[in-house]
Design a protein around this ligand. Structure first.
Ligand SMILES: N[C@@H](CCC(=O)N[C@@H](CS)C(=O)NCC(=O)O)C(=O)O
Length: 121
């Protein structure tokens, strides 16, 4: 089973690589606004998880360089579980200015959130 999962994971990564979406090109000032709006975001994820790939592809389409935190790293996995509430990826961490954080699970919600940030910029 772990071997099958590994093989499927490699296939997902290969297809993702071969069909990698293009990043939207924006005027420099508009891109700067978006860059500053996503500074407080980090994506807890696994490299070959299909739902994480889906979110990373949308981030790439939207030209959003979001910090990726691989939960194979114990530090990130513990933060996800204890602060986010469950060990499930993808999860978008949104750090607020007051020091609090929101933990957004579900790839569909994350993709919608990224699109919303891009539209509002
Ligand atoms: N409906 C979720 C599915 C996410 C999901 O199943 N992620 C898997 C990795 S591919 C996971 O975190 N599994 C761990 C678990 O369920 O405990 C989404 O779209 O984000």
């Amino acid at each position: 089973m772990p071997l099958l999962r590994f093989i499927i994971g490699r296939i997902i990564l290969l297809v993702n690589f071969l069909t990698s979406p293009r990043s939207i090109k924006r005027a420099a000032e508009q891109q700067q606004v978006i860059d500053s709006k996503i500074e407080n975001l980090s994506l807890y994820q696994l490299e070959a998880c299909p739902f994480c790939v889906k979110v990373r592809r949308q981030a790439k389409r939207q030209n959003m360089k979001i910090e990726l935190r691989n939960i194979k790293d114990n530090l990130h996995s513990q933060a996800l579980e204890t602060e986010g509430g469950k060990r499930k990826v993808p999860c978008l961490r949104i750090d607020n200015q007051d020091g609090s954080s929101q933990w957004m699970y579900e790839s569909k919600s994350i993709v919608a959130y990224l699109d919303e940030v891009a539209t509002a910029a």
